[in-house]
Ligand binder design. Structure first.
Ligand SMILES: NC(=O)C1=CN([C@@H]2O[C@H](COP(=O)(O)OP(=O)(O)OC[C@H]3O[C@@H](n4cnc5c(N)ncnc54)[C@H](O)[C@@H]3O)[C@@H](O)[C@H]2O)C=CC1
Ligand SMILES: O=C(O)CCC(=O)C(=O)O
Length: 424
């Protein structure tokens, strides 16, 4: 990666956070200096201008990115975010976390992430389709089933993945479902992918609560973010018998100590798009939600919401990081000292999404499809395996759980790069 680009990425607090995590992990495993920068910084950052014809005939040029952090361990893999606050540094940080995540869970992938600076709620359906297609069109030279395989993230969904897959397929002149995951099932999407990230979060929360001898039936859960991940995690945890006492999205936060009817909340969001005015409890502030007295707090929205100040006020027993990068580096230090909160770190906690994306890619490549039960069974086996390896690493080296997960992911990427050697 060019030094000029790297220094500009450091303008981003999220990128700094990912780099500080890397440095800590690299020191902890005494990663040789000669391999550090090659492992740490992205391989490739692509920025594209995306001119879109608006419904009124005018043209708006949006800006989009794809950062391929690591291509050494397999095709790059990671979601695409449509959000007004996207920056190149944020996308780069998210691409680093994708690399550690795919390596930690043992997938034959590298890591990548994409983003477009846009508030998708401000676009009509037609404008959104033109933007999604243009993004894929501009990036086709860098995409493909064996190069880089995108998926949904914040502000994107199966329909958008379908448009991107169609654009790619039209370009290569054949149906190529394996170029994108998280597609509609009718286009080769996998059973279970829609709920995979949230279902994986819920499965790990349940497994860790068992380890901590906390019955799930007595657990109270607060969730920030009620989109794909937060909504599906809430549903799965409610089905396991936990009580969801607070939920929120960008429009509202709702608290109900007696438990929120999650099916009703999901139906409300499907029809109204937001939680605003949902009649399921009392309105609270975002900070009140994060600092509620509860068994499990699940940030499932954006990065850096658990700041140092919030970390001091947290009253949960378990912090399950469904979002990527929700805890700042300084908040992490405080939580380590507090010692009364167990963290399930993002790269493990939300890995269910990319695991089922891998299953989708495999099904597309072999043209043989699995049913939902088989997908979920395989998902839970892989999550159990990843959890066990993290717990083993944690015990063996007396690391925090985050450091255990990061060192496992980083070590594998570094080892692969080292084994491949340097072209003279
Ligand atoms: N979609 C996926 O498969 C995966 C997503 N993730 C991560 O999970 C997180 C959520 O992603 P998705 O659910 O896919 O996105 P989404 O776009 O479906 O939902 C995001 C939710 O966060 C809410 N939100 C945004 N700003 C907020 C704020 N300031 N306060 C409270 N809520 C706010 C939105 O209103 C929405 O409910 C992100 O960090 C993403 O990177 C991680 C792994 C896979
Ligand atoms: O499903 C995927 O390929 C990636 C999902 C994602 O963006 C993530 O795990 O953060």
């Amino acid at each position: 990666m060019s030094k000029t680009i790297v220094s500009s990425l450091y303008d981003s607090d999220v990128f700094k956070q990912a780099c500080r995590q890397f440095d800590l992990a690299a020191d902890a495993i005494s990663l040789p200096e000669s391999i550090r920068d090659r492992t740490k910084y992205p391989k490739r950052c692509v920025a594209v201008a995306l001119p879109i014809k608006r419904d009124d005939g005018s043209v708006t040029v949006f800006e989009g990115y794809r950062v391929q952090h690591n291509l050494s361990t397999g095709p790059a893999k990671g979601g695409i975010r449509f959000h007004q606050d996207v920056t190149l540094g944020e996308v780069a940080a998210l691409s680093m976390w994708m690399s550690w995540k795919t390596s930690l869970v043992g997938l034959p992938y590298g890591g990548a992430k994409g983003g477009v600076i846009v508030d998708p709620r401000q676009l009509s359906e037609g404008e959104l389709e033109r933007l999604s297609r243009r993004y894929m069109q501009e990036l086709i030279p860098f995409m493909g089933p064996q190069i880089d395989v995108p998926a949904p993230d914040v502000g994107t969904n199966a329909k958008i993945m379908g448009w991107m897959m169609d654009t790619y397929s039209n370009h290569v002149g054949r149906n190529e479902p394996a170029c994108v995951t998280g597609k509609p099932i009718s286009l080769g999407g996998s059973q279970g992918r829609h709920e995979a990230t949230g279902a994986g979060v819920a499965y790990l929360v349940k497994a860790y609560l068992e380890d901590f001898n906390i019955p799930i039936s007595s657990a109270t859960i607060a969730i920030q973010g009620f989109g794909n991940v937060g909504g599906e995690a809430a549903l799965a945890l409610a089905n396991y018998g936990a009580k969801i006492v607070a939920i929120s999205d960008y429009s509202a936060a709702i608290h109900n100590p007696a438990g929120i009817d999650i099916k009703k909340a999901l139906a409300y969001v499907t029809s109204q798009k937001v939680l605003h005015n949902f009649d399921g409890g009392e309105m609270i502030t975002n900070e009140e939600l994060l600092t509620l007295d509860c068994t499990v707090l699940i940030p499932a929205a954006l990065e850096r919401v658990i700041t140092a100040e919030i970390a001091q006020k947290l009253r949960c027993r378990v912090l399950a990081e469904a979002a990527n990068g929700p805890t700042t580096f300084s908040a992490d230090k405080i939580l380590e000292q507090r010692d009364d909160i167990e963290i399930i770190p993002d790269v493990l906690c939300n890995s269910g999404g990319v695991i089922v994306s891998y299953f989708e890619w495999l099904q597309n490549l072999q043209n043989f499809y699995w049913d939902r039960d088989e997908v979920l069974k395989k998902l839970f086996v892989m999550l159990d395996r990843a959890k066990s390896s993290v717990e083993y690493q944690k015990r063996k080296f007396k690391f925090s759980r985050r450091l255990a997960a990061l060192t496992l992911g980083i070590q594998r990427v570094a080892e692969t790069k080292q084994s491949r050697g340097l072209f003279p």
